[in-house]
Design a protein around this ligand. Sequence first.
Ligand code: KG4
Ligand code: ZN
Length: 353
Amino acid sequence: MRQNLILGIESSCDETAAAVVEDGRHIRSSIVASQFNVHAKYGGVVPELASREHLRAIVPVVREALDAAHAGLDDLSAIAVTAGPGLVGSLLVGVTYAKALCFARQLPLIAVNHVEGHIHSVLVQHPDIPLPAIALVVSGGHTHLFEVQRPGEYRLLGKTRDDAAGEAYDKVAKLLGYGYPGGPIIDKLARSGDPRAVKFTLARMKGNELDFSFSGLKTAVLRWTEEHDVQAEIASRKQIRNATTEEWLAATSQATRDLLASFQRTVIEELLRRATAAAEQTGAASVLVSGGVASNAGLRDAAKRDNGLPFYFPAPGLSTDNAAMIAAAAFPKLHARDFAGYNLKARASLLLT
Ligand code: KG4
Ligand code: ZN
């Protein structure tokens, strides 16, 4: 038997994923089946459809991950599964399947918090990151700032009070007639706009200065569309499906490109400003950025230009949901023999602190 081979299973939202990771570091395989096409026409994830698609995909995806790693169930040290947070019907598919496999093969079951998984999508390739670190987790469901003392030890410093950063991208994209998910489309279109063209004034927030708020920005974008002559262009984009970047560009006026570039600049400034403030407050030695929004090219460029702390990002393919990060996050738990029982429940709003 190979040592420390963990099968990770992830099904918290709209990706069914399985991966095999050795020693918490070496990704032997990572398979992600996206439900992109199922949800695209609804402009967001439909929970009932997501559960049905997970049921369809889970067995072949796990098989493919094992085959690609040249491993069988008997080679595994443990099976790790995302127990929350996420859509409960989606989580249940992964949790139930992981339990059944563990029971059949008498393997330890390890429960992983999805947000902790995202943090490990960076740690898996940068295990020697200077600690303590600030972890900025930015995805469609989360916008959180944590202090990471060491893997497994987190302190929540701030979070969004309304929309997550990725959610703001998705809602703005939907409002302007682009497809789902909005983040990658806006990221590409923003490059051809003037990021200083539209000034958004964000409301000052009382209380924790490390909290975020993105719903005001979304409302400001809506107001901009009402004040500018863009209704016809939005209506024509709503007829387009599965377009390439060039096709979206051709369907986007310069004024809208400027709006998108300004929206993106504002989001990036908000994220970096608070991550830097968190690092100053805690004396952190580095910042690690994870979650779907961590693939944003504008955010990566801006972080690179920051002359302060070193920023670390996940490798391509590990920013958005995947199971390699779940298997990697389970590795310290394997050593601590921190195992879950067969009474493990899927929890829609599992906290990480
Ligand atoms: O981590 P993830 O796959 O799922 C959640 O846990 O939510 O993140 C998906 C989110 C979506 O909101 C998507 O629009 C956003 O990440 N996203 C991006 C980019 N790529 C994905 N946002 C901004 N720029 C991108 N390049
Ligand atoms: Zn995620």
